[in-house]
Design a protein around this ligand. Structure first.
Ligand SMILES: Cc1cc2nc3c(=O)[nH]c(=O)nc-3n(C[C@H](O)[C@H](O)[C@H](O)COP(=O)(O)OP(=O)(O)OC[C@H]3O[C@@H](n4cnc5c(N)ncnc54)[C@H](O)[C@@H]3O)c2cc1C
Length: 505
């Protein structure tokens, strides 16, 4: 066996330094590796030579990439090229549009750990009175934020005097105040993030962002295209209407991205108008604190998990595994024992195993924008979103109520909702920029038990922010009720060892 480190991503300043001194500066592109790997499929030469060949004839390499990736539809080849972007001065709302794309990597400025400046994106869509209203509302939000931060800092210092003795814990106390004060800041607040994507995903991101109703998101897509397209034109090709038509002799049609959403929204709007009053069992409303409903699970999640474990660790056909799992379930204790033994060597840092992927759970969740900002990072779940909706109520951090700030938060939340309603008439999408972290939306989250283990470990843990901790706790409580065996060790990292030792004593 021979293993060769063939490449890795480097800081652009180092790439530029080397590029200016190089004899073949055009070869400084991630296309060379992607093409060499693409050629592995049909060319018997060692891959080391295929890489050399790409570097020595970059034009031929680009022609190969176009033909392999686009003519033959072997798009996964573009995944071997990787791009990193620094993204500054982007709004929280636009971060949501970007992070919708789940097979990429993101690390962003935390509003929990950093104090926010009055620094926000002015949506290009707004002008005149709308823009004035927007600016005034955002300024008022920041004024409340600054005042609340001071009051909450005092509140937390009084509440945790023991933590003020160490510098590290004092920072934690400051963090508590920051994380709760930020509920009144707007979704236009500027963020910063690092973003990493393969060529394949980047192209998808560009096409989808270009069709986004927000100009800021469209500009982001354009900028990705301009910068990545310049260094890897053969991999970011599907996004260029002129090059596309030249290459394939047909126009680039982006209806799928540009029209699906608005087209469907029109149809669904008619349906909602005509059918919403159908009589039926009235659903219990969400509590005013938001909430979680378990909509659906695999028919018998514990049986499914047990069957998966037997199947993956035997040579029995699935029907036989199902019968054995059923019998074990009837015997009760035996089923528990098998799953428990399967978990004997698990720890809170390693992912639960794939056998847990067959049992699934679907939830409807009403959550704040602050909480959604965290939920959206769980890329392996299926998430379907509604827009933010003031009629779903607002989220008040418990500290805000304890510190007597509820009225002041309520005033700015109401004021923001009024501004939103006024802006929405002219700007159905851009109006959301004005909403705060305390405004809410409805979403559907579907996760398998493996992902629920992960969510539980991170988000039910003592380090988790209180809002997502509550939502994750509610999701897990409901899921544990229907699948007590499958989720017998799904707990926050902080209590994992305790729960595990209870299980084995
Ligand atoms: C206390 C706390 C503080 C945080 N602070 C910040 C912060 O300041 N800034 C910030 O940006 N984020 C922060 N996060 C979010 C965190 O970085 C994760 O993005 C988030 O918890 C989702 O976890 P995940 O990516 O492991 O999960 P998922 O996306 O749900 O993935 C589940 C698992 O699948 C695997 N997986 C998924 N995608 C990939 C991939 N592309 N490559 C390899 N493996 C993959 C991994 O095993 C992963 O654990 C914080 C989270 C916590 C709990």
């Amino acid at each position: 066996m021979r293993i060769i480190l063939a490449g890795y991503n480097l800081d652009i300043s180092l790439i530029e330094q080397a590029r200016t001194r190089a004899e073949n500066p055009d070869a400084f592109t991630p296309e060379t590796i992607a093409v060499a790997y693409a050629r592995i499929s049909r060319d018997p030469s060692p891959v080391t030579q295929l890489r050399e060949k790409s570097i020595n004839d970059i034009e031929a390499a680009r022609r190969s990439a176009r033909s392999i990736v686009f003519d033959m539809g072997h798009q996964s080849v573009a995944e071997h090229a990787v791009f990193n972007f620094d993204i500054l001065d982007i709004s929280r709302l636009c971060v949501e549009a970007l992070q919708w794309h789940r097979l990429c990597s993101y690390t962003e400025k935390s509003q929990r750990y950093q104090e926010l400046e009055e620094d926000f994106v002015e949506p290009a869509e707004l002008e005149g009175e709308d823009l004035t209203l927007f600016r005034e509302t955002l300024s008022e939000q920041f004024a409340v934020y600054r005042e609340a931060y001071g009051i909450l800092l005092d509140h937390f210092r009084q509440k945790h005097p023991d933590m003020l003795e160490s510098k590290r814990d004092s920072k934690v106390v400051e963090g508590y105040a920051k994380e709760d004060a930020r509920y009144v800041t707007g979704l236009a607040t500027k963020a910063q993030l690092g973003f990493t994507a393969s060529g394949r995903n980047l192209e998808y991101v560009i096409r989808s962002l270009r069709a986004n109703p927000l100009k800021e998101a469209r500009d982001l897509g354009e900028e990705f295209y301009r910068q990545a397209g310049a260094v890897a034109p053969s991999l970011i090709l599907l996004t260029d209407p002129v090059e596309y038509e030249k290459e394939f002799g047909r126009p680039l049609v982006e209806d799928y991205f540009t029209r699906t959403h608005s087209h469907t929204e029109t149809i669904i709007d008619e349906i909602v108008q005509g059918y919403r009053d159908i009589p039926g069992e009235s659903e219990p409303p969400f509590p005013s604190s938001g909430g979680v409903k378990l909509l659906e699970t695999s028919p018998d999640p514990d049986h499914t998990t047990l069957q998966a474990i037997i199947h993956a660790h035997s040579r029995e056909p699935v029907e036989s595994c199902a019968r054995m799992a059923r019998r074990l379930m009837e015997e009760g204790e035996r089923a528990k024992q098998v799953i428990r033994e399967f978990l004997r060597f698990s720890n809170p840092w390693e992912a639960a195993t794939r056998e847990f992927e067959l049992a699934h759970f679907t939830f409807e969740v009403v959550l704040s924008a602050a909480c959604f900002g965290q939920m959206k990072r769980h890329r392996m779940t299926t998430q379907l979103l509604q827009g933010y909706e003031p009629s779903l109520g607002y989220t008040y951090p418990p500290s805000v109520i304890e510190a007597g700030l509820k009225d002041s938060f309520e005033r700015i939340y109401d004021r923001t909702s009024e501004a939103f309603t006024r802006l929405k008439g002219n700007h159905p999408r851009a109006a959301e920029y004005v909403l705060t972290n305390g405004h809410r939306r409805r979403m559907i989250v579907r996760a398998d038990a493996r992902e629920l283990y992960h969510i539980s470990r991170l988000r039910e843990d003592a380090h988790a922010q209180w809002d997502i901790r509550e939502v994750a706790g509610d999701m897990l409580d409901l899921a544990r009720e229907t699948a007590p065996l499958t989720l017998m060790l799904a707990y926050g990292k902080d209590i994992f060892e305790e729960k595990k030792s209870d299980l084995f004593t």
